[in-house]
Write a protein that binds this ligand. Structure first.
Ligand code: ADP
Ligand code: ASP
Ligand code: MG
Length: 419
């Protein structure tokens, strides 16, 4: 039997009616002759609620218990989806991660797959089951504890199952009808793409376009999974949505193909740290140990004259997610108390956002950065930090300008126009 993986995100299973609507789509694929593995998210808002409960109970929580709590949202939707399918005379059953078992590392809150043995699910397909409904986002550690894969992780569960079972395709059903040039909630001019390359989608996802979890794109690229994003609300067929595929399957090649944003960033500056070999390691080592996700880093030689040692001090600035600020502060203050670093002041700005432009064409085109900075300057948006890679340019700006910056860059690179 050809096998399909169909993943339904939170909004697509937000209530019983939507679960029923998703089940209709699954039934249609079964009628077309597919065995189906359905991956479900928790109902919309449920994971946030669970995370909130954990934080209220224990601010510096035991990550194993965090996972035990937040993984539970998916269990509910898996069972409900299986029940709904059974009511529609589709032979289905639910699977929690540990039942498959989905084996992961023990990096709680950010676990990675080790293996997804096929035997249990295949045995049920052989007995006539048509649909395996699997709880997304969760797994089982070598220590026998429940793990989760990081926010948005059900996308990654879906791609991993598609790879493990050699699925014909991995369809990600969500609340938009495909991948757009930018978040359609921010720019009305956002344009749906028929195709996007793995490389570009990987950048967009890692820069904040949460339509796919970054890791899911990585896995799809590595295992050559045909990955598609489409609407769970509209009528869909085999041409719907956006296909994420190899660069050489794409006709339309623009210099910039998308704009991404990440709203909840913070900028932290250590003012006047001593400029000596090892200082960066002394700062970023403890941050890494504390699990702080450091993103952009800027170090500048201070030309200020400090006593008899001009240039002997520097400012060190980095960005990280807003909800890592407390951990970061603790790690840095701890290092100062331990005497491994010294600084005059620690300045934390929690009102910044990151906006990025992404495009494979940047590899061979100069002038993208200049055009980006001119467009932002024309709107009086001040740039605080700049970061670049081969196919992206990111800027950190005041959060209140984020929407404006996205729209401005979308216009500046004419992303509303095809070709
Ligand atoms: P799900 O619950 O189905 O996993 P998510 O909320 O995680 O859905 O992802 C879908 C959302 O991603 C959309 O509602 C949209 O606001 C957002 N998004 C951000 N960037 C893009 C983009 N470039 N194209 C499409 N959607 C995007
Ligand atoms: N429910 C989880 C989350 O909100 C996983 C997912 O939906 O992909 O992050
Ligand atoms: Mg998601």
């Amino acid at each position: 039997m050809p096998l399909l993986v169909m993943k339904f995100g939170g909004t697509s299973v937000a209530d019983l009616d939507r679960i029923a609507r998703a089940a209709e789509k699954v039934k249609r694929e079964v009628e077309r002759g597919h065995d189906v593995i359905v991956i479900v998210s928790a109902m919309a808002g449920r994971t946030n609620e669970l995370v909130g409960w954990v934080n209220q109970t224990s601010p510096f929580y035991d990550a194993r218990e965090y996972d035990a709590v937040v993984a539970s949202g998916e269990n509910v939707t898996a069972g409900l989806m299986a029940l709904r399918l059974q009511e529609m005379d589709v032979p289905a059953r639910s699977w929690q991660g540990w039942q498959v078992p989905i084996l992961t590392t023990s990096a709680h809150g950010a676990a990675r797959f080790i293996d997804i043995p096929r035997a249990n699910i295949e045995a049920k397909f052989a007995e006539g089951m048509k649909v395996a409904v699997v709880a997304g986002f969760q797994g089982l550690s070598p220590e026998g504890r429940i793990t989760t894969l990081g926010r948005g992780g059900s996308d990654t569960t879906a791609v991993a199952f598609a790879a493990a079972f050699g699925a014909e395709r991995c369809d990600i059903y969500t609340d938009v009808d495909g991948i757009y040039t930018t978040d359609p909630r921010i720019s009305a001019k956002a344009r749906k793409l028929d195709r996007i390359s793995f490389e570009e989608m990987l950048e967009l996802a890692s820069l904040g376009a949460k339509v796919l979890q970054t890791r899911s794109v990585e896995l799809a690229m590595r295992y050559k999974v045909r990955l598609r994003v489409l609407s769970s609300f509209d009528e869909t067929d085999e041409n719907s949505g956006t296909l994420v595929c190899d660069e050489d399957e794409i006709m339309e090649l623009k210099v910039v193909s998308g704009v991404a944003h990440s709203r909840d960033e913070a900028k932290i500056t250590l003012v006047t740290v001593q400029d000596r070999p090892g200082i960066a390691a002394a700062i970023f080592g403890p941050l890494a140990d504390a699990g702080v996700n450091v993103d952009m880093i800027v170090q500048n030689i201070s030309e200020k004259d400090y006593g008899d040692q001009p240039g002997a001090v520097t400012d060190m600035t980095f960005s990280c997610p807003v909800d890592h600020v407390d951990r970061a502060r603790r790690a840095i203050e701890g290092a100062r108390a331990a005497g491994t670093i010294g600084y005059e002041d620690l300045v934390v700005d929690t009102d910044v956002a990151k906006v990025s432009v992404v495009g494979i064409g940047m590899r061979s085109h100069a002038g993208v950065a200049a055009r980006m900075f001119q467009a932002l300057a024309a709107e009086n948006v001040n740039i605080k930090v700049i970061g670049t890679s081969e196919i992206k340019i990111s800027v950190l700006i005041d959060r209140k300008y984020m929407e404006l910056a996205v729209q401005t860059l979308h216009d500046a690179f004419e992303l509303d126009r095809a070709g």
